[in-house]
Design a protein around this ligand. Sequence first.
Ligand code: UGA
Length: 454
Amino acid sequence: MKIAITGAGFVGLTTGVCFADKGHQAICVDINEGKIAKINSAVPPFFEKGLEPLLKKHINKNFTATTNLKEAIKSSDITFITVGTPFDGKQIDLSYVKAVSREIGSALKEVDKYHLVVVKSTVVPGTTDDVVLPILEETSGKKAGVDFGVGMNPEFLREGEAVDDFSDPDRIVIGGMDDKSREVLESLYQGFGSVDILRVNNKTAEMIKYTSNSLLATMISFSNEIANLCSSIDGVDVVDVLGGVHLDKRLTPIMPNGERIRPSFVSYLESGCGFGGSCFPKDVKALVNFGEKRGVRMEILEKVVSVNVNQPFQMINLLAGHFPDFKNLKVSVLGIAFKPGTDDVRESPALPIVEELAAKGAAIKVFDPIVRAESESSLKELNNITQAETLEDALKDVDAVLLITRWQEFEKIPELLKKLKISPLVIDGRRMINKTAVPKYLGIGLSQDPVFSK
Ligand code: UGA
């Protein structure tokens, strides 16, 4: 099939390239000329594992990129909306969705066959039917359900795993205003094997996406609340506590041979210094606001947000318990990306942590295997920050090391400290290091006194 994808961000570009890889003809549209030029020269404008080789394979064959939305839509059967839906501080900002809907509608004027418009952006329930559809009708002068269809097809792509998540999905949610919209949308997904397909209306599709992300975010904040309580109980470590919880066979089923299945779902039931990224924080807040507008208070999700906003400061509290005065304290911050496998720093817990350390006068070294401090505008402007070029460099000549992102490379910390014969205080924000493997250790969910290895 011929597909246009409007918005060549992380979701749009991944969707376009992966549909091309499944044999469709895809064209990505964006207003940013620089981005389009980059894509057409086979360079993804962001880092995403596995995307570049696929882009190279399909560019100028069954995949291309353009700034010409009208032409892209005229030459397609289906148009996806994959523009951003940021949180404006109060509610979801639909301005990009509305703007692109208007453009798609005006392009539809010149389309003389049935066309399907599908919202893939994460939007609150009712957006597709009550915002996008009327704009399309108004700007095209055509009738939804007759001249064109409207669908909603949420994405479940994890950054860093997006190509695999797209190509080998766990579910495909087919939302549509009517059977015809759903049928056309579903035909696009032939060739995805025997995956579970859920056929629903647009509002349900929208709600599934928010509920999925809210559940995962809730598990993280729940684990963090438990961690914070554990750290106040002498001799209790949240890693042991949650480890015991994970052994519930409803979470890690036992197979006939006695081995356990450990679904990756369980890894959201681990404590740390908070969740970040472009999705969980904004989606949970948007759902809370959506509930408020409907007179339904989302009390659990409100707390999911507030626990998470406070969680990075647990790292600061742990440091302050050991070094009450941060003035000229030499601190290394390991990890800026919001999670491993990505260069995305949006809502990363590293940002408030570095800002707080800087405000309190610490001398900060920053190291991340992919992200450089100077590429992040909020860090660039702070005083007293230096970029460490290697992990070894980051560990040298500091009083404390704050481990923020679960990069695999950081597993080498105990070995490196031994080699360098140094013993800074290590504060583990991801509980990924054995607490007795480094000379001085503190961690989220562990009582304040540092663990001193023998
Ligand atoms: C998340 C969802 O996992 C995707 O299913 C969804 O499609 C996407 O949002 C979206 O709405 O577009 P993503 O933000 O890429 O994907 O990140 P995750 O890998 O889920 O990580 C989010 C947060 O959870 C991170 O801060 C991470 O540190 C934490 N996390 C992640 C865990 O605590 N445990 C894990 O096993 C994975």
